[in-house]
Write a protein that binds this ligand. Structure first.
Ligand SMILES: Nc1ncnc2c1ncn2[C@@H]1O[C@H](COP(=O)(O)OP(=O)(O)O)[C@@H](O)[C@H]1O
Ligand SMILES: Nc1ccn([C@@H]2O[C@H](COP(=O)(O)OP(=O)(O)O)[C@@H](O)[C@H]2O)c(=O)n1
Length: 466
């Protein structure tokens, strides 16, 4: 996610010149081969570059410490150097995870991360460039990742340093960890951790920045089921329970969930879901098709929870996703009831919740998404299944044309979609990887009449009773 595209042309041109072909540069391969890092802590980092590429590095040994064969580690990743040593000053900030603190710890860390993002988007930081940083363990099974930022101040202002110090002082412990990057006389890259004056237990230290190989799986993939694509109602519930102390509306939603009957069964009429990116024509199709089939039309999130949508849209992803997941479970009881009387057509359901969550969380290029058949693409065992899901697709130009024609309020994600074709691609790939049920893709570029006829045709073929 490009928070601020202002680093812009200078950096992109520089990276373009420096970037090797798609192969891993020889120096990086060498680094990985010799890389048995004498790490103070076993921490690796992932930095999102301006071109959506991902650079990985680790921190190695104390500056001046004897015994390390630096020549063996004299590897360079020009992309990292270009970014971390751009003229001015570059800082890193990381929100620490509290191991063993479960959803509560994750939610508190996510809220602190969001708070920092909001602060760093204001004055005096507006003149800086902000990018996402992820700290992870090379043993991806450990599942403890920490989120943070790289902040580039092109003017190296004292005001920025002071403001950062103030920001850290104002945080409760465990405080975000902060570092500054610099090059030594031979051009090697170092990170110095900040010690806050007068703060007991704050450890400083200087570490060599060593590029590492990209791991086979994006480090956030293993923890998707506990951060954004919750596998069942029980897990989603746990997230929401932790929110009650600071979002009272979470309790109201849980009360609605508790009122829903358990072990829901679908009625004898078919249940049809229409999915797709914003402005692909879902509303147009669902309205017309429900008339043609005399079906009941439902939209998720359901009206009984949509009054609180804005509150949860403004929360960090873990909370926002739990909200949409619970919305699906609440809607399932309405689907069960209505499908005893008539066919049911639904504008968005589980596939939207999962596909948007995956695409938002997984940074980088589409090949960083979880591989096909991953558990995050499976329908939750305890959520009422539809008979058929249709995925409307339109080409990017036509979609933008339709969005502009509509000119309505857009969610943050929708604005992101307009700005970021890459994100759009990742949502669509995630939709297409969904399983049990998978999506029937419909080309929704033609005019309304043609699209509606195609959709009706597919539904009638699939649902014999219609
Ligand atoms: N097949 C189509 N051809 C041209 N315009 C369309 C078509 N389907 C929908 N539209 C228009 O595109 C805009 C977005 O459609 P809408 O049904 O609201 O999409 P969604 O519900 O997926 O966001 C609306 O202005 C709608 O009238
Ligand atoms: N079942 C659902 C429905 C919506 N959503 C979220 O809601 C957003 C779009 O909802 P919307 O009602 O504005 O959709 P459109 O009618 O604009 O296509 C997406 O960004 C999804 O993240 C979800 O996650 N799960």
């Amino acid at each position: 996610m490009a928070y601020f595209p202002r680093l812009g042309n200078y950096m992109l041109r520089f990276l373009e010149r420096m970037r090797p072909s798609s192969q891993v540069p020889a120096v990086r391969r060498q680094a990985a081969a010799v890389n048995a890092p004498d790490l103070a802590r076993d921490r690796f980092f992932l930095l999102e570059l301006p071109d959506a590429g991902l650079a990985h590095f680790t921190l190695c040994g104390d500056y001046g410490e004897g015994g390390t064969d630096w020549s063996a580690l004299a590897a360079r990743d020009p992309r990292l150097e270009a970014f971390l040593l751009a003229p001015g000053r570059t800082y890193s900030l990381c929100v620490p995870a509290v191991p063993g603190s479960g959803y509560r710890g994750r939610i508190l860390a996510a809220r602190l991360h969001q708070h920092l993002l909001q602060q760093l988007s204001r004055d005096p930081f507006r003149q800086c460039e902000l990018r996402r940083l992820l700290c992870y363990s090379p043993d991806s099974r450990s599942g403890i990742t920490e989120k943070g930022f790289i902040l580039w101040d092109p003017h190296d202002c004292l005001e920025i340093q002071r403001a950062l110090q103030g920001l850290l002082f104002a945080c409760e412990t465990p405080r975000p960890q902060m570092g500054m990057f610099k090059a030594d006389h031979s051009g090697l890259l170092w990170q110095r951790l900040w010690e806050l004056p007068g703060v007991v237990g704050d450890k400083g230290g200087t570490f060599r920045v060593v590029p590492t190989e990209e791991p086979p799986l994006h480090p956030l993939v293993p923890e998707l089921p506990i951060t954004v694509v919750f596998p069942n109602l029980e897990e989603t519930r746990k997230v929401f329970e932790e929110c009650i102390p600071f979002i009272p509306e979470a309790k109201e939603i849980l009360n609605l969930v508790d009122k829903c009957p358990k072990n829901l069964q679908k009625g004898r009429f078919p249940v049809i879901v229409i999915e797709g990116l914003d402005a692909t024509g879902k509303t147009t199709v669902t309205e017309k098709v429900s008339k043609a089939l005399r079906a009941v039309f439902l939209k998720s999130p359901p009206p009984c929870v949509s009054q609180w949508r804005k509150i949860f849209d403004d929360e960090p992803t873990i909370i926002r996703r739990a909200y949409y997941s619970l919305g699906n479970y609440i809607m399932a009881s309405e689907i069960a009831k209505q499908s005893t009387q008539a066919p049911v057509i639904i504008d968005r359901y589980w596939h939207s919740t999962a596909a948007y969550a995956i695409a938002t969380e997984i940074s980088g290029l589409p090949h960083h998404l979880p591989p096909a058949h991953h558990s995050v693409y499976q329908w939750p065992q305890d959520l009422l299944r539809p008979d058929i899901v249709l995925l409307l697709t339109v080409n990017p130009e036509e979609r933008i044309h339709r969005i502009l024609g509509r000119g309505m309020h857009k969610t943050k994600e929708e604005i992101e979609l307009e700005n970021n074709e890459l994100f759009r691609e990742k949502v669509e790939i995630s939709y297409q990887r969904m399983e049990n049920p998978s999506c029937h893709t419909v080309d929704a570029n033609p005019n309304r009449k043609v699209v509606i006829a195609t959709v009706l045709n597919i539904i009638r073929k699939h649902c014999a009773s219609l």
